[in-house]
Design a protein around this ligand. Sequence first.
Ligand code: AHG
Ligand code: MN
Ligand code: MN
Length: 315
Amino acid sequence: MPSTMNNIAKQGDHGAAMMPVIQGVGRAAIEIAAVLRGAVFRGALGGAGSENIQGEQQQMLDVLSDEIFLEEMRSTGFICAVGSEEQEELLVIEEYSHADYLVLVDPLDGSSNLDVDGPVGTIFSIVKRKTANSERPHVSDTLQSGREVIAAGYVLYGPSLMLVCSVGDGVHGYTFNPAVARFELSHPDMRIPETGGYYSVNESNKSDWADGMGDKLIAMKAETGLGMRYVGAMVADMHRTLLKGGVFLYPADSKNTTGKLRLLYEAIPMGFVMEQAGGKAMSSGIAILDIEPEALHQRVPVYLGSNTNVDALLG
Ligand code: AHG
Ligand code: MN
Ligand code: MN
């Protein structure tokens, strides 16, 4: 009998509470995947004509994915509020404002791949509220370091539909099986290989990188002989790094002086998964999971990969 996402209930100290929430993520993933595959026929590709808090042009599918994800989190009954890349403020789920958990989410990661039919993803992180259940959830509930994360993971919309997650008891990959319309365990106990794989970075920014990262990358390439792969969607570049080894990095540069990737719903969830898979998750001079967040949409430099390769870059 294949193992399904029900086995999450038996993982870690919070599995029983996380199972319905991660199953909700799975329902949202199935719905978002269906919307992505039919978008071209419904004129849903392209800009929404609005900007998000990041000052970035929102894609229609960013907005739609955000709505779908919020609805599925609401229907679990376990989530009191959602912090989303696509929403400037914390979104309180009124009918469940007394519930125990909050979700941080990048509803659609790698949106620039949408109009070229490239891989995209969803990234999520779950934390326990700090405010009393009788109080109204507050943005301070989201400003917790990665060491407080209860569960985190990502969905990859690729040739197959995958959900990779951890509740603190290792990393497990589930693949959607269309024959029975459910996610089934396909990649138990995922561990990043310590050697091999690729380095993954947008090298066109190299001349602007901070911290002499250009020279450090040249030295690491010479030392390891790694090839390069870069998809331009963090979820896809992270997933390949997790499976094949190597390192994914997005350094600070003159354009993004504190980095491009967002701490709460990109760096921390991916850092949690990477550490759970035996890899390393660093920002500049500090482990990503040790950073004390100061703002919902804060950006940080990101280095994720095998210990050998991350150490070769950051020393
Ligand atoms: P999002 O689509 O959620 O805004 O994320 C895009 C991010 C991330 O997915 C990816 O690693 C990075 O942007 C790519 O940036 P560049 O296009 O500058 O390389
Ligand atoms: Mn993203
Ligand atoms: Mn996004």
